[in-house]
Design a protein around this ligand. Structure first.
Ligand code: FPP
Length: 260
């Protein structure tokens, strides 16, 4: 792989704490079913695991946590479940805002928010504004998000720049496509966790996860606790990230910069 293709915000080698953690929070429905409860009870219980993940990541020095709360495809679920999920997001935003601020967390929502209920859109905008100056963890909630949607909207924006005469088609390259994607200003995910036992990316962060370390666990999201998160961090700390290089080059890179 040519040097120029190496992700620019990431250097080869490994640090113990990932800068960016992305999570597919799967298994809420099965958690509820095991307890003979309605699916919604699983989503409600999932809010506790969200709170834990935010607080632990903030304390561990993670810079960005991105949670897949609602995919572009989740609209296909029964209408009642979709409605209850939207209500749950409304309530969680209302209830958690103080806790976000006391943990110095900045909230951002990624995805096509125009399709969300208007009340939810304005609450999101309010919480984003209220937490904007917080300088700790950036918490990104993916709502009505899909990796393919993200790529399509980036392509749309690039073609608008071409039409405006700002860019020639032959100048379209990886960096200027990447610059139009969601959270272009933040590092790509280092660690990509999926709970609930499925081994798929499910259209989450398709471009941005190109070099992420993948971690799959059977644990259902509401049961994902501090120990489970720590196990994912520990697994990450033992991975060798090569970004296309070979292991010997990585040792040479680290000795050049003084070891570590
Ligand atoms: C997937 O489990 C989970 C979701 C589609 C919703 C995730 C939402 C929460 C965890 C609620 C709180 C979120 C925030 C950001 C406040 P599933 O329903 O597909 O589970 P299953 O595979 O067992 O059916």
């Amino acid at each position: 792989m040519p040097e120029s293709e190496t992700p620019d915000r990431q250097t080869a080698g490994q640090t113990a704490v990932p800068r960016h953690v992305a999570i597919i929070m799967d298994g809420n429905g099965r958690w509820a079913k095991k307890r003979h409860l309605p699916r919604h009870a699983g989503h409600k219980a999932g809010v506790g695991a969200v709170r834990m993940a935010v607080e632990r990541c903030a304390r561990a020095g993670v810079e960005v946590l991105t949670l897949f709360a609602f995919s572009s495809e989740n609209w296909r679920r029964p209408k009642q479940e979709v409605g209850l999920l939207m209500e749950l997001f409304m309530t969680a935003l209302h209830r958690e805002v103080r806790r976000l601020t006391s943990n110095d967390v900045r909230l951002r929502v990624i995805g096509d928010r125009t399709a969300l209920p208007e009340k939810l859109q304005s609450r999101i905008a309010r919480v984003e504004a209220l937490t904007e100056a917080n300088s700790g963890l950036v918490l990104q909630i993916a709502a009505n998000y899909g990796g393919r949607w993200d790529l399509a909207q980036a392509a749309r924006r690039l073609s608008a720049r071409v039409l405006a005469g700002e860019l020639r088609p032959e100048d379209i390259d990886e960096p200027n496509l990447a610059a139009e994607l969601s959270f272009a200003d933040l590092p790509d995910p280092d660690l990509f966790i999926r709970t609930g036992g499925e081994l798929r990316l499910s259209n989450f962060l398709l471009w941005q996860a190109a070099y992420s370390e993948l971690y799959f666990t059977d644990c259902l999201w509401p049961d994902f606790d501090q120990a489970q998160l720590q196990a994912a961090f520990d697994a990450f700390a033992h991975r060798e990230r090569r970004f296309g290089k070979i292991g010997e080059q990585l040792s040479a890179d680290t000795s050049e910069v003084g070891g570590g």
